[in-house]
Design a protein around this ligand. Structure first.
Ligand code: HEM
Length: 464
């Protein structure tokens, strides 16, 4: 009887303290599952041999330029990004096809800074007017921002306002991709296919503002637009805004200073946000030739190199875990900061557009509301950033109670969500391994997407 009682007490204690210990354990377990996918050839930088001083040299090495072929990880990424991962700019191998695609992306993202910023402010204002209808509004920041960037990139690609029907399709698609990437939900291919059909109609009608890559077939052109502009662009900008606004919500003195419209200070706040919460956790490359680190160590061709942004960004800073925009006024702060990747190896093509669009959107938000939140802020932000938006000029009652509610709900959601992520992550890893999308593609295509005929086995192979 005593044993039953003790077990009951222990079980109750484990459940009640779960928010403190369970999420971290589950994250560690999930990391193990993903390590397994990487296989034995993966090396993560910075490490004991290659410290932060040589990180960018290795990242930018000419041999570190393979993107998809030959890494087990690619099957998983292709699974998450479908349809059309084989023509997603991020995953194309170097060569004329990649150059053609990258040129088109640059052309679509170019334009006068004032025009790009004005459109961001306008789209933000329109969505906020829809959502903020009372003195206090409870939102998830990523969900708040997705329609903004869906409208923005629709306008950028087609040069005309985004119809509501198209916005819903884009948000449905982008949200489905990022939800599955974070393992908080499964993929819904039919939802993604609805956007493909819409884009196919627009491409066939010749509605895109710039010529599409001529080396891609019409179907591939549609997939290219879908992957780069209506997934990556929308997701990255929504995640960046969610991090930025959540950081402001948790540091009211920074938000108050920023509300004055100081552009220089905004640059520091954005740098600090992307330093502490980089959108890429790990970027990987596959070596296409041997890469000599020094006289003793050579990484053979086919090695998977993993570059850890959070680790690199933390090196060389005092109190790296603290959110402190003023660190950017001190000498040396720029070292070890690559929020948009490294210039020598496929950096982000939106490195110019993103900061100015984010700045315009942030000032538009702060003109209308003050964000306020008590939730945990992590780099992967699976909570999507729960936050209160308090209309500027209002001081509603009951905010302290809402703060407490958000804090408690967040801790318990974290417990449930981390278990869901572990289970769904494992299911998707196994499904992706079975489908082997990247592996099967490269069985039948070369790195430039040309079909390759399977060679009959050589005489030696037959005798072996
Ligand atoms: C704040 C927003 C953004 C951040 C912080 C960001 C960050 C990055 C980083 C770090 C990389 C390099 C990853 C690597 O080395 O593998 C990258 C690549 C890329 N980004 Fe962004 N990004 C942002 C917004 C965007 C937007 C708006 C687009 C719109 C098209 C975009 C499209 C791409 C593409 C296509 C690549 C692959 C480049 C290549 O391989 O040639 N990103 N981004």
């Amino acid at each position: 009887m005593r044993a039953v009682w003790v077990t009951g007490v222990l079980a109750a204690a484990a459940v009640l303290t779960a928010p403190r210990w369970l999420p971290a354990r589950v994250v560690a377990l999930r990391a193990k599952v993903f390590e397994k996918v990487n296989g034995d050839h993966a090396i993560t930088f910075p490490n004991a041999d290659v410290g932060p001083d040589r990180f960018e040299e290795v990242y930018g090495h000419p041999a570190a330029n393979g993107r998809s072929r030959g890494a087990g990880l690619s099957d998983l990424f292709w699974y998450w990004l479908s349809p059309g991962p084989e023509v997603h700019q991020e995953h194309l191998e170097a060569g004329p096809r990649y150059d053609d695609v990258a040129r088109t992306t640059r052309a679509l993202l170019s334009g006068p800074g004032e025009v790009l910023a004005e459109a961001a402010a306008r789209c933000t204002g329109r969505v906020l007017d829809e959502v903020v209808t009372g003195p206090v509004t409870l939102v998830r920041l990523r969900d708040l921002m997705m329609p903004v960037w869906a409208e923005y990139f629709h306008e950028l690609v087609f040069g005309e306002p985004c119809p509501r029907e198209a916005r819903d399709l884009i948000v449905g698609h982008a949200d489905d991709v990022v939800t599955s990437l974070k393992c908080t939900g499964l993929r819904h291919p039919a939802r993604r296919a609805r956007l493909t059909r819409y884009l196919a109609r627009r491409v066939a009608a010749g509605d895109v503002r710039r010529p599409l890559p001529s080396s891609l077939s019409p179907t591939e052109q549609v997939h290219y637009l879908q992957g780069t502009f209506f997934n990556t662009a929308v997701v990255q900008m929504s995640e960046a805004m969610a991090h930025l606004l959540l950081a402001l919500a948790r540091h009211p003195h920074v938000a108050a200073r920023l509300a004055g419209g100081d552009e220089r200070y905004f640059a520091h706040v954005l740098d600090e946000t992307l330093r502490l919460y980089p959108l890429f956790g790990i970027a990987h490359r596959i070596t296409t030739a041997d890469l000599a680190l020094d006289e003793r160590t050579t990484l053979p061709a086919g090695s998977v190199l993993c570059f850890s942004y959070p680790d690199y960004h933390a090196r060389g800073h005092a109190r790296p875990d603290v959110f402190d925009p003023d660190r950017w006024t001190r000498p040396g702060a720029r070292a070890h900061h690559i929020p948009f990747g490294v210039a020598a190896n496929r950096p982000c093509p939106a490195w110019r557009l993103s900061p100015l669009a984010l700045r315009a959107a942030t000032f538009e938000v702060l003109r209308r509301v003050t964000p306020r939140s008590t939730v945990t802020h992590t780099r992967s932000l699976p909570s999507r950033g729960p936050c209160l938006l308090v209309r500027v000029g209002e001081s509603p009652r009951g905010l302290a109670a809402l703060d407490a509610f958000l804090r408690v709900r967040d801790r318990w959601e974290d417990v449930w969500r981390s278990v869901v992520q572990l289970v769904l992550g494992t299911v998707m890893v196994l499904h992706a391994r079975r489908l082997r999308l990247a592996g099967r593609y490269f069985d039948t295509h070369d790195t430039q997407g040309r079909p390759v005929r399977r060679q009959p086995p050589s005489t030696e192979e037959i005798t072996e």
